[in-house]
Design a protein around this ligand. Structure first.
Ligand code: FES
Ligand code: FE2
Length: 387
C-alpha cells in the first residue's frame, strides 16, 4: 500500500526531490540529432529544469544553463556561430564547454571574459538521439543497449509526448497483462486471454517472459530501469513482419513525459539506413507525433476505438496527470508493478545513501553490448552489431 506522501516521493522529479535526485544519475535522450543544427539553439526541459542545446560550427554539441551569466537573459534567443552560442542581449559568446570567448562591449584589454563561465553539461549522441547528463560529476557511461549500437536495418527514430507523470509511463512497461486488453485489437492472438508471466530482476532492470498455452513460444520484454523498454512487436498491421523497438521515456517535468523511440526493421542488404520519421505503418508526417491531453486518434478496431499508437497514452493519461497510487487495488497478477516499485524504492534509497541506483555503469570493462535478443512467439531476430 502506498500512501499519498510516498506517492509524492516516488513521482516528483524536480531538483532536490528523492526521485528527481535518483533520475539525475542517468543519461537522458532530449532531442533528435538532426534537430540540433543551424543558427537557432534548442530549448530543453528535463526533470523540471531548463537548458539550451546547440551544435557549434565544428559539430561540437553543447548544453548550457539557460540564462546568460552577464545580465541573465535567455540564451534560447541566441545565435549559434562557428565557435559557440552568442547571447542576443549584448553579444557575449559562449563555447560548448561554457567558456566565455567574447564580451564585445568591453575594452579589448578587458579580462572580464576570463572571470565568468556558464554551467555546461555532458552531451553525446547514439542512434540519432542526443543524450545529456545533468547529475553530479563524474557522469556514468551510457549503457550499450543493443538498439543504440546495432549496425544494420532500417532505423526509425521518432517520438511523442505523454501529458502525465513519468512514473505511470514507466510502470506500464512492467505491466504485462495490459497487452491482452488495451492492445487486444492489434494483437488478436492475445486478446482477452490470461498469460502466465515470469518476471526476473536483471542488472539493467526487469526481464519478463510471457507465455500463453496456445502460442508456440514465449514473448520476452525488458524494462531498462528507470524508464526504458526493449521489446519486439508483430502487430496486425505489420502483416507478418516484425520490428525491434526501444523506447526511453524522458521526464520533462512532473506532468510531461517525452517518449523517444528507436524502431528497427531488418534489411536484406545489410546496410544501416537512418529514417528521421515515424515507421511507415504509423501514418504521421512528422517525426514528433503531435499529442494533446485526453485527445486520441480513432482506431478501427472493435475494442476501445483508439488507434494503436495512442492506446498506452490513453490509459496513462486516463490515470490523471499524477496517478494517485494510494487508491489502487493491486492483484496477484500485478507482480511486475510490485517488482518495479521495489527497484524504484531501492534506487531512491541508494542515492540517498550516496550509492549508485540500479543499472548505472561506470567501469568501461563492465559495459559490454547488452544484446536482448528480444523475441515474440515465433520471431527471433538476431541484431548485427559491430562493437
Ligand atoms: S545578457 Fe547576455 S550578453 Fe548581456
Ligand atoms: Fe502498452
Amino acid at each position: 500500500m502506498i500512501t499519498q506522501e510516498e506517492n509524492e516521493r516516488l513521482t516528483r522529479c524536480g531538483p532536490g526531490t528523492p526521485a528527481g535526485e535518483m533520475l539525475r544519475r542517468y543519461w537522458w535522450p532530449v532531442a533528435f540529432s538532426d534537430d540540433v543544427k543551424g543558427v537557432r539553439p534548442k530549448k530543453i526541459k528535463l526533470l523540471c529544469e531548463d537548458f539550451v542545446l546547440f551544435r557549434d560550427g565544428h559539430g561540437q554539441l553543447g548544453m548550457l544553463e539557460p540564462l546568460c551569466a552577464h545580465r541573465r537573459t535567455t540564451l534560447a534567443r541566441g545565435r549559434v556561430e562557428k565557435e559557440g552560442l552568442r547571447c542576443c542581449y549584448h553579444g557575449w559568446l559562449w563555447d560548448a564547454a561554457g567558456k566565455c570567448l567574447e564580451t564585445p562591449a568591453e575594452d579589448p584589454s578587458s579580462r572580464l571574459k576570463d572571470t565568468v563561465s556558464m554551467k555546461s553539461y555532458p552531451v553525446q549522441e547514439a542512434a540519432g538521439l542526443v543524450f545529456v547528463y545533468i547529475g553530479p560529476a563524474p557522469a556514468p557511461l551510457l549503457p550499450k543497449f543493443d538498439l543504440l549500437v546495432h549496425s544494420t536495418g532500417d532505423r526509425y527514430v521518432w517520438g511523442f509526448t505523454d501529458h502525465c507523470n513519468w512514473l505511470q509511463c514507466a510502470e506500464v512497461m512492467a505491466d504485462a497483462t495490459h497487452l491482452n486488453w488495451l492492445h487486444a485489437g492489434v494483437y488478436p492472438m492475445y486478446a482477452g486471454k490470461r498469460p502466465r508471466v515470469e518476471y526476473h530482476e536483471r542488472d539493467y532492470g526487469i526481464e519478463y517472459l510471457y507465455n500463453m498455452d496456445d502460442l508456440p513460444a514465449d514473448k520476452c520484454s525488458n524494462v531498462l530501469f528507470p524508464t526504458g523498454n526493449r521489446f519486439a512487436s508483430a502487430r496486425k498491421e505489420l502483416k507478418g513482419g516484425s520490428r525491434q523497438n526501444m523506447v526511453i521515456r524522458t521526464p520533462v517535468d512532473d506532468v510531461t513525459t517525452d517518449n523517444f523511440f528507436i524502431s528497427l526493421h531488418a534489411r536484406a542488404d545489410g546496410k544501416l539506413v537512418q529514417h528521421n520519421a515515424v515507421p511507415p505503418d504509423r501514418a504521421c508526417d512528422t517525426q514528433w507525433v503531435p499529442t494533446e491531453f485526453d485527445v486520441y486518434p480513432a482506431g478501427d478496431e472493435e475494442w476501445w476505438g483508439v488507434a494503436s499508437i495512442a492506446q498506452d497514452r490513453a490509459a496513462l493519461e486516463g490515470q490523471g496527470r499524477i496517478h494517485d497510487r494510494s487508491r489502487e487495488n493491486l492483484g496477484a497478477s500485478d507482480k511486475g508493478i510490485a517488482l518495479y516499485r521495489k527497484i524504484l524504492k531501492e534506487s531512491i534509497e541508494a542515492v540517498e545513501q550516496g550509492r549508485d541506483p540500479k543499472g548505472v555503469i561506470r567501469d568501461p570493462a563492465k559495459n559490454p553490448v547488452i544484446d536482448f535478443g528480444t523475441r515474440l512467439h515465433d520471431i527471433q531476430r538476431k541484431l548485427e552489431i559491430e562493437a
